[in-house]
Design a protein around this ligand. Structure first.
Ligand code: ASP
Length: 317
């Protein structure tokens, strides 16, 4: 069985998307090599999201968006489609790789979601790597927050993309044994209220994987994805309506737009290894590795967000 992998770097109005392409290509290639060497889907998604968290280009880990207090507060989640095992952390500070901590929550506790100080304490006890505040906060992020405050705005990272940078990150994979996994990581919205948590660490909203359906990672205005349980909804479309990844991604975004005029997108890999993406935002950064072919895209790149727009299948967008 061939392995499949897809990653994303956030949705929004993405100016000069080419500057992300090299990084996206290198991350997806590295994850694909891992899957080719026999690694599990869980290992592959954790690996890719860790690399994306370490890159200041994205709104996750280092370079995460700042909240209204000027703090990088991170959320992450991971899910194993074979067992429905899941782990997540929300509102953590100083954790270098939130997705690694989410994975430890999944593998070493009976819980799914740990938040704030308790999650950090657990991470320290497990030897997770921590960094000083200065590691996370970049100059561009400070400027971005100042602009958002001037406009009294709380925005998606890519809505301010004229000044460079960023986007929530995620990965979905099917390994050679046919097992699915998904992971998502974010700093949230720019200038979000202190204490606000979006969809990214919520299983079924920003992240979901079930071998019976598909693996999904979402990006966009978290409240829209929370209210529509969008990741679980996409998996339901595959499992119960016999849609493939491409149709399920489109149907999920159509539902997001119809019900809550939602803004964002998702990547999907289904149980047959088909990768696809769809988004209601003008663009979405993504890359996939399927059947030895690597593809990088910024989605459909429309002038204005409208209805759903298919980012395409891994075999030809
Ligand atoms: N979904 C994330 C949140 O609402 C933001 C993003 O995808 O950029 O926290």
């Amino acid at each position: 069985m061939n392995a499949s992998l897809m990653i994303h770097g956030g949705a929004g109005a993405i100016r000069s998307p080419e500057r992300f392409f090299e990084s996206l290509r290198s991350v997806v290639r590295s994850g694909d090599d891992l899957l080719a060497s026999g690694a599990s889907a869980i290992e592959a998604v954790a690996h890719c999201v860790t690399l994306l968290e370490d890159d200041t280009l994205y709104n996750a880990g280092r370079g995460a968006a700042l909240n209204a207090d000027g703090v990088a507060c991170c959320d992450a989640s991971i899910m194993d489609g074979r067992t429905l095992g899941a782990g997540a952390v929300a509102g953590v500070r100083g954790v270098r790789n939130p997705v690694a901590l989410a994975r430890i929550v999944m593998e070493e506790t009976r819980h799914v979601l740990l938040v704030g100080e308790g999650a950090e304490r657990f991470g320290r006890a497990r030897g997770v790597r921590f960094e000083n505040e200065s590691y996370f906060v970049t100059e561009e992020r400070r400027e971005q927050l100042a602009r958002a405050k001037e406009r009294h705005a709380t925005t998606l990272d890519h809505m301010q993309a004229e000044h460079g940078k960023l986007g929530t990150v995620g990965a979905v994979a099917r390994d050679r044994d046919g097992n699915l996994a998904a992971a998502t990581s974010t700093g949230g919205l720019i200038n979000q209220m202190s204490g606000r948590v979006g969809d990214s660490p919520i299983i079924g909203a920003g992240c979901f994987a079930d071998n019976a359906g598909c693996a999904v990672s979402c990006t966009g205005v978290g409240e829209d994805f929370l209210r529509t349980a969008l990741a679980r909804t996409a998996s339901f479309f595959v499992e119960s309506q016999e849609m493939d990844a491409a149709r399920a991604a489109e149907a999920a975004v159509a539902y997001l737009v119809r019900r809550v005029q939602g803004s964002g997108g998702l990547i999907v890999v289904d149980r047959n290894g088909v990768c696809a993406a769809a988004h209601s935002t003008p663009g979405m950064l993504m890359a996939s590795a399927c059947d030895g072919k690597i593809t990088v895209s910024a989605g459909r790149q429309r002038e204005k967000a409208a209805g759903p727009s298919t980012g395409g299948r891994c075999d030809g967008y």
